[in-house]
Design a protein around this ligand. Structure first.
Ligand SMILES: CCCCCCCCC/C=C/C(=O)SCCNC(=O)CCNC(=O)[C@H](O)C(C)(C)COP(=O)(O)OP(=O)(O)OC[C@H]1O[C@@H](n2cnc3c(N)ncnc32)[C@H](O)[C@@H]1OP(=O)(O)O
Length: 282
């Protein structure tokens, strides 16, 4: 059953559309014909993952899971950005309680998406650095539009991506490619990502990306869903087990790292750089 914060806008017999009413930072649409749910992140301008967006993504994933949809596609309402990762403002001169909650919710979102039994795919309709790449690599399939960038660039901000955050990345890339990419803060272009296997297909538009994701999910139509789910989870269980063992310590590590004066200085400079880049464009 859906939670009360989700409103069905049309009867369940027709094409369905569900919308989060709490904050409208995500929407969920279920295609009645295919049974596939599309979760769209809608926090302009870049879907920066602040506390509210993370809470909303988590609720939407849970709603989709409870509705027993045939599959989940994650995408963005922003025309150029899939997701810019953690909202850097949450990490700069942070409120400590909020910072703790942000990291805990990022963990919760990853764990919900990585561990969901239904087929998942990311329609990456724009840039996907850091936390954006985390969402995409938690899925089983990725389709990306041209001329965008994806990768884990945490070291650029002076922060270290913990093991659980890297595990989806490592499921996809050879270890040596992953190690080099992380240490270099490498953001792969769409073409490079395809060449390395970080994404599975390129699409010319968001609509085409969503269609390709739906076609991937459709490939499971003749596979026993329980056997499929257990097989998927068997592949992912070890990473999840390790994550649950370390998640509390991981929160403490994150807080202590982000609060270091040199990391705060680095985050401040990075924010300034983003602002300057924008000013130079204008
Ligand atoms: C064990 C140890 C444990 C510790 C472990 C710690 C691990 C941490 C793991 C996760 C870390 C992260 O996700 S850190 C986040 C990393 N993310 C990034 O580095 C992305 C930075 N952003 C970009 O590169 C670009 O903005 C990009 C996404 C490509 C879009 O470029 P565009 O030209 O379209 O847009 P811009 O003009 O740059 O941005 C539009 C506005 O959005 C803002 N903006 C952009 N990205 C933002 C962001 N992430 N957070 C806040 N604000 C952001 C800009 O400042 C602008 O604000 P205004 O000027 O006000 O309009």
């Amino acid at each position: 059953m859906f939670s009360p914060r989700v409103v069905s806008l049309v009867p369940r017999t027709g094409p369905r559309r569900f919308m989060s009413t709490a904050s409208k930072l995500t929407t969920v649409e279920v295609n009645d014909k295919t049974g596939i749910a599309t979760l769209t992140m809608c926090r302009p301008p870049v879907n920066g993952q602040n506390l509210e967006l993370l809470l909303d993504i988590k609720s939407s994933i849970k709603e989709i899971e409870n509705d027993s949809s045939r599959g989940l596609i994650i995408t963005s309402a922003s025309p150029k950005v899939f997701c810019a990762g953690l909202d850097i403002l949450e990490m700069h001169k942070p409120d400590q309680q909020r910072l703790r909650a942000v990291w805990t919710e990022l963990q919760n979102v990853w764990c919900a998406l990585y561990g969901i039994s239904m087929p998942t795919a990311a329609a990456i309709n724009g840039h996907a650095p850091a936390g954006g790449c985390l969402l995409a690599t938690a899925c089983e399939y990725r389709v990306m539009v041209p001329d965008c960038r994806i990768g884990l660039n945490e070291t650029q901000l002076g922060i270290i991506a913990p093991k659980w955050l890297v595990s989806g990345f490592l499921n996809i890339l050879p270890k040596r490619v992953a190690e080099r990419a992380l240490t270099q803060s490498r953001l792969f272009t769409t073409d490079e990502a395809l060449q390395e296997g970080l994404i599975d297909e390129i699409a010319n538009s968001k609509e085409e990306a969503v269609e390709k994701c739906a076609a991937f999910i459709g490939t499971f139509s003749k596979v026993n869903p329980v056997a499929r789910a257990l097989t998927k989870l068997q592949f992912r269980a070890e990473n999840l087990r390790q994550f649950h063992k370390e998640r509390e310590q991981d929160v403490e590590n994150f807080l202590s790292l982000v609060n270091r004066p040199e990391v705060q200085k680095g985050i401040g400079a990075y924010l300034e750089g983003l602002k300057k880049k924008k000013a130079n464009k204008q």
